[in-house]
Design a protein around this ligand. Sequence first.
Ligand code: ADP
Length: 259
Amino acid sequence: IKIDPVYLQDSKNAIIGSIINIEDITEIVKLENMRRDFVANVSHELKTPLTSINGFVETLIMNEDLPVNKRNRFLAIIKKESDRLKRLIEDILLLSSIESKNNLVMENILLYDVFKEVYEMINYIANSKKIDLQYNFEDEEIVVQAYGDYLKQLLLNLIDNAIKYTPEGGKVTINQLSINDEIVIEVIDNGVGIPKEDQSKIFQRFYRVDKARSRSVGGTGLGLAITKHIVHSLKGSICVESELGEGSKFIVRLPKKIS
Ligand code: ADP
């Protein structure tokens, strides 16, 4: 709470009254803290790959006659870390554009078309991990009101995670159902699962259950934060059900019509 007193004085400067302005700034402080945490997190996340790139480039410059295999190994690390930087910057920009909804217009979009496009993009990754990618669409004609590429991004993030966090030979299933006035999309995997205490936190920016695993599968820690923002911008909801070691089920509910 912020209290600002203003004193009223007469012509001889004697205090004859006061106005006290009491303002509840909980929300403002909360937002300011979130912004500060975000900047600190972003700086840290950007610094890690940069430090590594810098170190390896310096080593290459200082040691001109490194054996070819060592040189190539260092170059591969530099490439991997710069790819990671690029993904991070792309995700940060995407998150901020979703928050500000820059110049976007709601369109009526055929969900099945978007899903097929995502499926084509991602099926080869599933194949390379021998993951059985299945889908069941209750209604291939269902239309969703959404902004530009948001639906694609939403599906991509959830299916990509399901594949990333499922070991070789696993199974990922995407279901589309309609319940009353809602379109329901389920992304189910039989992968590593998420501990109960982490389930409410995974939608926060940069939160990962296992940082090392997320890094090794190429995660930025922003995918689910982006997904949650997209779902909320479409007036929908997202939740997760998961058992550690057994798998996870992400459920997205979107209204058929946004009023
Ligand atoms: P990341 O880039 O690390 O994957 P996300 O925001 O997409 O970031 O996800 C946050 C964290 O939630 C992940 O690091 C992972 O620990 C957990 N997670 C997300 N999806 C799944 C899933 N399908 N199975 C198990 N864990 C998951």
